[in-house]
Design a protein around this ligand. Structure first.
Ligand code: HEC
Ligand code: HEC
Length: 298
């Protein structure tokens, strides 16, 4: 739990110590498997063209691209980048209670964030994506999580995150791209989104990482509205939490989560489905306030 309770990346620290940078893309040509790595990046950036509802390889996902959430093909600082993947998998994950390699983790995002089906772990597409992530993280020492990895953790609020206030922020700052119904906007090609959906039938499902308010708030704080960065955020912490509450209280696909968290004492503070090993309600676990929950966990 220690990981989510405080910002794991302090913006000032990052400025002083330097943030992870992806290897120079041009240098991919030096890799013996350059073609495979390039295909892997292409699949991350344009997933829907290949694997979406009208995908030219398979039709196994909802039309979103990995890059919609893993910005710049998983290379953006605090844009949910893949810098720590090669160095940290396989690892035991409490959500499944299993040791997971990179293919299993990728398929988790297919089944949850892209509300679809996983790829064959031995197939060409999976091998290409894994090769790309291994290349991206090739200079990161085993077990290390570089500065700027993954998502920012927004400091906790003292009150519950508030969907009503979140809607007010959404109507000002988000709806112009993501739509009044959170439906996003399809690109002219019809095979991908210009602006991806935030809720509704074509969005991530309730088992996805972004369905947790801490992850959603961290993603938007450092990356949204489009143009925001960790150095130049455009939302306050409060706005980021309230937006997370609003967007994640709208309807979206549901996944059977009954096999998740076999040891439910390991559920994160903001996992919104019981049973729990504490006395807080599902509502409290969804919206907070989270300090009292963390205090009991310690
Ligand atoms: C709707 C948003 C979304 C989409 C789309 C998405 N992901 Fe993710 N992904 C996440 C979130 C959130 C996390 C967890 C980040 C965290 O815990 O810090 C994550 C984590 C991961 C991780 C583990 C990273 C780590 O350092 O442990 C991998 C690998 C990954 N995703 C691959 C993919 C791939 C490949 C695709 C496309 C098939 C994809 N994701 C699509 C949101 C998304
Ligand atoms: C100018 C258009 C624009 C605005 C305004 C904007 N977004 Fe986005 N948003 C995007 C684009 C484009 C992406 C996908 C980025 C990519 O693929 O590189 C995205 C991705 C996302 C994602 C991850 C993908 C998904 O569909 O779940 C979330 C969450 C998100 N935006 C939330 C917000 C919120 C909340 C706001 C308001 C504070 C906002 N955005 C404002 C354009 C915008």
């Amino acid at each position: 739990m220690a990981k989510v309770e405080t910002p794991k990346e302090d913006f000032r620290l990052i400025k002083e110590e330097g943030i992870w940078q992806a290897p120079d893309w041009a240098s991919v040509e030096l890799a013996p498997n350059a073609a495979q790595i390039r295909y892997g990046r292409e699949l991350v950036a344009h997933t829907s063209e290949y694997l979406g509802p009208k995908g030219k390889v398979l039709q196994i996902s909802n039309g979103m691209n990995c890059q919609n959430c893993h910005l710049e093909a998983g290379t953006a600082p605090l844009g949910n980048n893949f810098s720590g993947v090669a160095a940290n998998y396989p690892k035991v994950r409490s959500r499944s209670g299993l040791t997971e390699g990179i293919p299993k983790r990728i398929n988790d995002c297919f089944e949850r964030s892209l509300n679809g089906q996983g790829l064959d772990p031995e197939g060409k597409e999976m091998k290409a994506m894994v090769a790309y992530m291994q290349w991206l993280g090739k200079d990161v020492p085993k077990g290390e999580r570089p500065l700027g990895v993954g998502l920012y953790s927004v400091p906790l609020l003292e009150r519950p995150a508030d969907p009503i206030r979140g809607k007010a922020v959404y109507d000002m700052q988000c709806f112009s791209c993501h739509g009044t119904e959170g439906q996003g906007l399809k690109a002219a090609s019809g095979t991908a989104y210009l602006y991806p959906p935030l809720w509704g039938p074509d969005s991530y499902n309730n088992g996805a990482g972004l369905f947790r308010l801490s992850k959603f708030s961290g993603y938007v704080k450092a990356n949204m509205p489009l143009g925001a960065t960790y150095e130049r955020p455009l939302l306050s912490d409060v706005e980021a939490w309230d937006l997370a509450a609003y967007v994640n209280s709208q309807s979206r696909p549901a996944k059977d989560l009954s096999e998740d968290w076999p040891d439910f004492s390991k559920k994160p503070m903001d996992h919104p489905f019981g049973p729990y090993s504490d006395d807080f309600s599902e509502e409290e676990h969804k919206y907070g306030p989270f300090q009292p929950i963390l205090a009991v966990k310690q």
